[in-house]
Design a protein around this ligand. Structure first.
Ligand SMILES: [Zn+2]
Length: 98
C-alpha cells in the first residue's frame, strides 16, 4: 500500500502519490527554524500494512491495517473431475501418475 501526500499553503497546493514514505517539514523564520518535521512510513507484512508516524526521530503513532484474505498460491489437481489440492507437481496424492 502506497501513501499519498498533499501539501497546501496560502498560494499553492500540490499532490504527490505512490510513496513508501512521506515527509513534511514546516519551518519558520524564512526556513531557518524547523517547527515540525513529520514523517510517515509504511511496512508491508504478509498479513498487514503498518504505518508509523514520526515527529523528528520520535515515533508518535502507529496504524495497523489488516490485509484481505491472501491467495494461498495453491493449485488444484489437474486430473479431470478431481477437486483436491495439488501436492505433487500438478496432481494430488491420489492422482499422481507413477
Ligand atoms: Zn487428484
Amino acid at each position: 500500500m502506497l501513501m499519498y501526500c498533499k501539501t497546501s499553503s496560502e498560494r499553492a497546493s500540490k499532490g504527490q502519490g505512490g510513496n513508501k514514505f512521506v515527509s513534511v517539514e514546516i519551518t519558520a523564520d524564512e526556513g531557518n527554524t524547523v517547527m515540525l518535521q513529520a514523517t510517515m512510513e509504511c511496512e508491508e507484512t504478509p498479513t498487514e500494512t503498518i504505518y508509523r508516524l514520526f515527529n523528528g526521530d520520535i515515533q508518535v503513532d502507529t496504524l495497523r491495517v489488516a490485509k484481505g484474505k491472501q491467495e494461498t498460491g495453491e493449485t488444484m489437481c489437474k486430473q479431470r473431475n478431481c477437486k483436491n489440492v495439488a501436492t505433487i507437481g500438478d496432481f494430488c496424492n491420489h492422482c499422481f501418475p507413477f
